[in-house]
Design a protein around this ligand. Structure first.
Ligand SMILES: Nc1ncnc2c1ncn2[C@@H]1O[C@H](COP(=O)(O)OP(=O)(O)OP(=O)(O)O)[C@@H](O)[C@H]1O
Length: 296
């Protein structure tokens, strides 16, 4: 029996027929204030991502979740998406990564001049799109280092680069652990199995450090983190990403935005971005709640 896991950056088939033994895993596919701020116009070459009037439903139930999302991301910009629980933020992130739970019913997404909706999740990852999950999956029986090595090699293969063997890969990944303040023994533990909430988040950023990203989607990397862990994770993100990289981060809290400075903050409400502005939106939210900036 095999189980397909969608992680956005890579998909694995895992043999679950031998639960007592180490499971085999093989890689199959890598996969304002309340005043609206106009995003400045610039040349088409600056454009990284353009989402136009995007709507999407849950594939099984056909329940509409995204109802006309518009967003433009240029190279080097950091966009934060905030919004009440259930407003559609994670769904938007997952749709960008190509999650099969959702069906696109309208609109378009252009990424690096390509039609993103025509690309497999694997192709999106190879094209530099990375997504960290709000609730990272556990993969019993698969060690973190094997998982990272396979994902990294799959990306290198697609890019026509030679693969790294286990020893070479260890040399590549070990210094990255320091970036996220993780102990070396995390490499030999099974992916996210028994990890605390904070350790899972650090592990997501370790994946980002290993795989790199032109466009990183970070879904609530601050949730469940203590104050020191939040600072560590944010610092790690800042070290991993350069001014050339673009970021879309979903968060509920101002504190993350104090570490990773956003170019724009967007408010999502009922499946649409209803307001765009600067850090002052988050400051108002923190003090007064969503009623102060609601689009309705
Ligand atoms: N696969 C799914 N199956 C059923 N319902 C879903 C699915 N995906 C999303 N939903 C529903 O769609 C709505 C939006 O969910 P989503 O996770 O995008 O919200 P969110 O803004 O990220 O919320 P939160 O801030 O709580 O993380 C919710 O009502 C959620 O229950």
């Amino acid at each position: 029996m095999t189980t397909a896991l969608f992680t956005p950056n890579f998909s694995f088939k895992i043999s679950t027929s031998t639960p007592q033994r180490r499971r085999r895993c093989h890689f199959v596919r890598s996969s304002q204030a309340t005043v609206a701020v106009e995003t400045p116009s610039s040349s088409a070459t600056d454009l990284l991502l353009q989402v136009k009037d995007l709507s999407a439903v849950i594939a099984d139930s056909k329940q509409p979740i995204l109802k006309g999302v518009n967003l433009t991301v240029r190279h080097g910009e950091v966009h934060a998406v905030m919004g009440k629980n259930g407003s559609g933020k994670s769904t938007f992130a997952k749709v960008l990564a190509g999650h099969p739970d959702y069906e696109i019913t309208g609109g378009s997404i252009t990424y690096k001049g390509l039609d993103l909706l025509e690309m497999e999740p694997e192709e999106r990852a190879v094209a530099g799109l990375f997504m960290s999950f709000q609730s990272p999956v556990e993969i019993p029986g698969v060690s973190n280092i094997d998982f990272l090595n396979m994902a990294y090699n799959a990306k290198r293969r697609k890019l026509g680069l030679p693969e790294l063997g286990p020893i070479e890969f260890y040399g590549y990944v070990a210094p990255k652990l320091e970036l996220v303040n993780m102990k070396i023994d995390f490499l030999n533990r099974n992916v996210n199995e028994g990890f605390s909430g904070g350790e899972k988040k650090r592990n997501e950023i370790l994946q980002l450090a290993v795989l790199g990203a032109e466009f990183a989607i970070l879904d609530e990397i601050d949730s469940g983190l203590d104050v020191d862990a939040l600072r560590d994770v944010a610092k790690a993100v800042n070290r991993v990403l350069t001014s050339e990289n673009s970021v879309l981060m979903i968060t509920h809290y101002l504190r993350l935005l104090e570490f990773i400075k956003p170019t724009y903050i967007h408010i999502m409400e009922n499946g649409r971005i209803v307001k765009t502005g600067d850090i002052s939106i988050a400051e108002i939210l923190e003090k007064e709640g969503y009623k102060a900036i609601s689009g309705t």
